[in-house]
Design a protein around this ligand. Structure first.
Ligand code: URA
Length: 202
């Protein structure tokens, strides 16, 4: 399969039957946000509210995500939000290896078409898809470069983590507060990255 627009990929995800999660889902959740976003946020998998609505991060984890974004002076409309799995695992169990294998070609298409400058992984599962070392806890809040996607990687805590462990809230917000400095230092605009690049190239 070949895709030339993000909409084509999102439609194909909604119709996907590549793994058994297609049978138990209500809606697949492709992701949402501007096609020219420079920031891409990647979570783990849809939960109950996301499955019911077909939209990413609309439940209580979504509220925490929006609170984190606000600490960085951002709103969800500024970023593209998606996840490793596009369908909800029963009872929100961890993604299985074969589900990740079946589903992540969609994520790679999304990255290829959006061409984000910075990928923010939310939680250990999304981090593990991009790199195995250093371990997640050590990597949190450190900026890496992903050669394969010509993008930076910033591993963050999953917003749901602070719902279960309030003591992580401070670390969570501190990580988000670092983001504006990273964007400034790496000269990453919020939108219109492609236009800016063209301007520079002329
Ligand atoms: N957790 C995720 O990783 N994604 C969602 O959309 C909701 C919760």
């Amino acid at each position: 399969m070949h895709f030339t627009t993000l909409h084509e990929v999102e439609d194909a995800i909604r119709a996907c039957t590549k793994c058994p999660l297609a049978q138990s889902r209500t809606h697949a959740v492709p992701g949402e946000g501007p096609a020219d976003a420079t920031l891409m946020l990647i979570g783990e998998a849809p939960g109950r509210n996301e499955d019911a609505t077909g939209r990413p991060f609309v439940g209580s984890a979504g509220k925490q995500l929006e609170a984190g974004l606000a600490r960085a002076g951002l709103t969800r409309g500024d970023v593209y939000i998606t996840s490793i799995l596009k369908c909800r695992p029963p009872n929100n169990r961890d993604p299985k290896r074969e589900e990740v294998t079946a589903c992540t070609p969609w994520l790679i298409w999304q990255i290829t078409l959006i061409k984000p400058r910075l990928i923010i992984t939310l939680g250990r599962h999304a981090y593990a898809f991009f790199q195995k070392h250093p371990p997640f806890r050590e990597a949190l809040g450190t900026l890496y470069h992903l050669e394969a996607y010509d993008a930076f990687l910033l591993p963050m805590l999953h917003p749901a983590a602070i719902l279960y462990r309030r003591q992580w809230a401070e670390a969570y917000y501190t990580l988000w507060e670092k983001l504006p400095h990273i964007l400034k230092e790496k000269n990453i605009p919020l939108r219109g990255q492609k236009n800016q690049l063209t301007k520079h190239n002329i």
